[in-house]
Design a protein around this ligand. Structure first.
Ligand SMILES: [Fe+2]
Ligand SMILES: [Fe+2]
Length: 309
């Protein structure tokens, strides 16, 4: 692809086709330069690629899907742990990969396998990398639980995947060995602040970077687009329902995970403020419902840190 086309594609991802201002163009150019660092990074094992191929066929065979998963014992055991986790446990214990695939859904399993495969790239990053991976797992299960509790069951798998991958851009930047950035990310875990500092440091933020790299890995839409927008309120208006709802859930879960990580209690004014804020109102939360869900969100999050850790 020509460099100019690449910049245009990146800018479209970020700006949703809005006219390019000089600063936006500069940001797109600086991102294009930075992306060279990530050339050649391919997250998916042969097993995950084969799983994606099988599940993409309309007449896929469940037995074959299970056989593919069982080729990777680590993947098989993780899928079993998820099927037996608090998020799915209400349906009783699950003893085989076949039962787990039926319970979670074959296409959701392939999405999970993709996301876990991508996150495994960053397994060696200690310290702040570990905290970001924990935050990603927590955001994923909180986003899923909020979707289920607010009557958006069909959106739960996308909310989960978007949560798991939403801050992958931070991990990608840390992976380049940029110590100043690692220090910043360690200091600033508040969801609403880091991206603004990234814009002044690099000319782009982790949301835009993550979305672009996920697209280059062929992670299907709308996940990359949701991730591109997860800190950009200005684009929410152009995001069509039901994906606007997933974006609301993702943005809420991002903050809920942070508050839970701080040990924030259900009756904190921060919880009430989040429920009454624009994302909370659009998602259908109230100042009563979020505190009532707080205990369940806390225990689901704690378990996720073990399942995905
Ligand atoms: Fe983020
Ligand atoms: Fe986040």
């Amino acid at each position: 692809m020509e460099v100019s086309e690449n910049i245009r594609e990146i800018a479209d991802l970020w700006l949703d086709g809005a006219p390019l201002s000089q600063s936006d163009l500069r940001a797109a150019k600086s991102l294009a330069a930075r992306l060279g660092t990530f050339e050649g990074v391919r997250p998916f094992s042969a097993v995950v690629q084969s799983l994606l191929e099988h599940v993409s066929r309309p007449d896929f065979d469940l037995k074959q899907v299970c056989n593919v998963i069982e080729l990777d014992p680590a993947l098989a055991s993780r899928i079993l742990r998820i099927a037996n986790s608090a998020a799915y446990r209400a349906m009783g214990p699950c003893a085989s990969v076949g039962q787990a695939v039926v319970r979670i859904g074959a296409s959701n399993v392939s999405g999970l396998a993709m996301a876990m495969s991508a996150m495994a790239l960053f397994r060696d990053l200690g310290g702040v990398g570990r905290r970001i991976r924990d935050h990603s797992a927590g955001t994923a299960v909180v986003a899923r639980e909020l979707a289920m509790s607010l009557g958006c069951v069909s959106l739960a798998p996308k909310a989960f995947l978007a949560g798991l991958l939403h801050d992958i851009g931070k991990l990608l930047i840390i992976q380049t060995g940029d110590q100043a950035y690692a220090d910043l990310a360690a200091r600033e875990m508040v969801p609403s602040s880091v991206h603004l500092k990234e814009l002044s440091m690099f000319g782009f933020d982790h949301a835009m970077l993550g979305a672009h790299v996920l697209r280059s890995w062929q992670i299907p839409e709308p996940i990359p687009q949701l991730i591109a927008w997860h800190h950009q309120t200005k684009n929410e208006r152009s995001c069509a329902p039901p994906m606007a709802k997933v974006l609301d859930l993702l943005r809420l879960a991002d903050v809920v995970d942070w508050l839970l990580g701080q040990g924030c209690p259900a009756d904190s004014p921060w919880v009430a403020r989040l429920a009454a804020g624009p994302d909370g109102v659009r998602a259908g939360l109230s100042v009563e419902t979020l505190p009532s869900l707080w205990g369940a969100l806390r225990s689901i999050r704690e378990e996720a840190l073990h399942v995905f850790g």
